[in-house]
Design a protein around this ligand. Sequence first.
Ligand code: SF4
Length: 705
Amino acid sequence: MTAIPPIPLNTLSSALAVRTHCPYCAFQCGILMGEDLGADMPRVSGDPHFPVNNGQLCIKGWTSSALLDHPERVTTTQLRDSRGEWRDASWEEAFDFIAGKFKTIRQRHGANANGVFGSGALTNEKTYLLGKFARVALGTANIDYNGRFCMSSAAAAQNRAFGIDRGLPFPIADLEHAEVVMLVGANTADTLPPMMQWFDRQKKARGRLIVADPRRTDTARAADMFLQLTPGTDLALANGLLYVALEERLTDERYIAERTTGFDAVRAVALQYHPARVERLTGVPESQLRQATRWLATARASMVLTSRGTEQHSKGVESVHSWINLMLALGKVGKPHSGYGTLTGQGNGQGGREHGQKADQLPGYRLIEVDAHREAIAKVWGVDPESLPRKGKSAFELLDSLGSEIRGLFVMGSNVAVAAPHLSRIEQRLKSLELLVVCDSFHNETSAHAHVFLPVYQWAEEDGTMTNLEGRVIRRRAVSRPPPGPRSDLDVLRELAVRLGCGEKFAFRTAESVFNELRRATAGATADYSGITYSKIESSDGVFWPCPSEDHPGSLRLFAERFHHPDGRARFFAVEHRPAGEEPDAEFPLFFTTGRYKEHYNSGAQTRLVSRLRNAKPIPRLELHPRLARRHRVVTGSRVTVESRRAKMEFVAEVTADIRPDTLFAPFHWGGRDAANLLTSGVLDPISRMPEFKLTAVRIAGVRP
Ligand code: SF4
């Protein structure tokens, strides 16, 4: 459908081509990299043998090498001078300055006054070491990461329902064999373009695709059925489908009895979601509710895949539960080419949430409040379990406490000054810090507030592992020689640990040696990587976790026999539709929802630097329906001021019938005055602590030509 065809391999020097992976999203497309003969920039081609993308790349992957020798690359360590200007510094001076400040803050305000903010883009090795650095070197409870803004609702619901959180419990290739796939709040044509090949194959095999989204996206255009639901009503939609399944006796009662617990309460709730009521709540006609249910229920193999559209809500966890409930009730989860999955977003969004950079977790998906888990990790780290901090603040709460409870912040690979909600507030918080350290390759909106900038290697300059959206652990390889100046994130953590008095616990010289400690730390845990080795990954297309021993082949599919709760049964959770944290009203009558362009990745810190991507999408444009546009005398190109309870901002309008008349859409890839997150709220899901990015009440406050 929309993926860009692979580049001919003869653009690479085949003798030098190395198999590695795209730096951006969780599809982790296989790429081939090598020095192009006659040019000095490494070149990229899709890896035709990697069985996830099969040689296809999107425009971001195709242009991914452009950053490696980009003129704006920072290669010198920088400190602020007395006038607030950057000045060059040696690494030694920077390390000494940071460690000194961390110690002073700890002495004056306690260990939890230092915080750490990580990223779903970091390798498993960095994720693991950053969590250890926070708990052992800094002794702080306050570490979290930007994946909290991405996958945390689906992760929490899967853990509760299945006892394990692997985004997809089956390989992506299973899509081809599913008779029906329902995508909820997922625009894969823009976010994961090479994934569309699997829907092409599925359709060729006479499969059907259902898409539920407030916008008629390119993904929706490829669907056999499109449900254009009201923002924030995914849960009501799923309960409505379950009502139909119950009414038409399409549930699998034997499966429910043998493999699950808790269905009676769910049945009682679902029976309150008559299609007429659900049509009023969601805007989806009863005929579509019935047809979608019949397709999912009667197919030999069917699956529901959710993404941020369902998950980034103040009821995100419950919304995911509603879809899991439906697929459990239909008896599909764990059956061949069937079930429920979430499409993880960030490059290492999966591994990033498994190895200890979340406020409530330790490596291997161990829980920081469980004594046995604390003891297991303390033993590997050689520390007293009592010395490990307890659960810290979640991402938004951590950022919201900067300058008050938290005085020093260490940021690795994250651009919080674009990605966080209620940005004007978060920017004020960043400005009030005594110490802000940013480790990155380029300056960004967050480093604009930093006191220290540490220039680090880029993705193609160092080794490591990533875990893609299927739970497949893969190798990222050092292909390109870094310029003089930058250092590895792993080096940075080691040098700081030395100055904080615990260098012996961070004495790793290679990524592989960190991975080997990670393997020991995860042995026997839910996310067990102990049987995965670099050489095992080298000799395969990746290894699926859990993999508890070196002779174990890895776990391609989960749930065929049992779920990961001690009794082997999946859990139903009775969930009810409820209003969003901020529903439209007379004052702010419109929904505002955020999303992505296919040309940009997350905060845009990297992709806005790539000229081909920037030229294709230089600014965020506000999508609005022609009926709404007429009412406000807006045409495409008009400048429209949108106001929420927190901020006003101006967008260039794009009038399109693809969006609901009650909804505005803008992408969130820009900072400063173009930051869509100036409008969004800090309302959080009570379980996952996910901010409600997908639903903000706004009004049109002005229009100019
Ligand atoms: Fe593949 Fe994602 Fe990279 Fe695009 S951004 S090439 S879909 S890994």
